[in-house]
Design a protein around this ligand. Sequence first.
Ligand SMILES: [Zn+2]
Length: 222
Amino acid sequence: MTARAFNFHGIGQPGPEIPEDERPYWISATALETFLDIFASYRDRQKIVITFDDGNRSDLEIAAPLLMKHRLDARFFVLTGRLDHPAYLNRRSVQNLRGMGFTIGAHGINHVDWARQDVSGLNRELLRSRTVLEEILGEPVTEAAIPFGSYRRRVLRCLRSNGYTTAWSSDGSATTLSGFLRPRLSIRNDTRPDTITRLLDMGDGIRCRWRQKLSIARKSLF
Ligand SMILES: [Zn+2]
């Protein structure tokens, strides 16, 4: 089944500790609600996947209540190196999100570019982050979101050998709900709601689809 996956980051006003390159991905609670209204009213909710990266504190404080209000499911990909920092989730809040029925996945430890890591650095990022989350949750963690959507064949291979069954990228195109590598569209503070409704109604144009497929093939090969 073809689906559309949308990726969010922090919600609300980013604090001073949020890195510069992550700030364009923060949107207001009102903007999130506008997107959630679109998703909730879409005729086929099964074809929509909602994810949040980085493990910002706003996941629990803002996003989760709005998701519950709209009866929408979501996946939260947590950076274990930022756990317990005041601006981010702590161990208890990760358990709370899971208790609300959301899926928890890994996003590595330190938000580094996995495509630039050597194999031992990459294995450390993938294995340790998963182990920490599994200890917190007391259950297997099998999904990962790739930081910055940056990967190559080696990254995908290491993800598989470290026990992951699903890797979420940021390639923008439509996804299947059965493949190992699943593209998402990253929502930024300049993403317009009508872009989303257009995507949901029409799917990708054929040219755009081929361009995205080519880009994914290139990254998966090397
Ligand atoms: Zn991230």
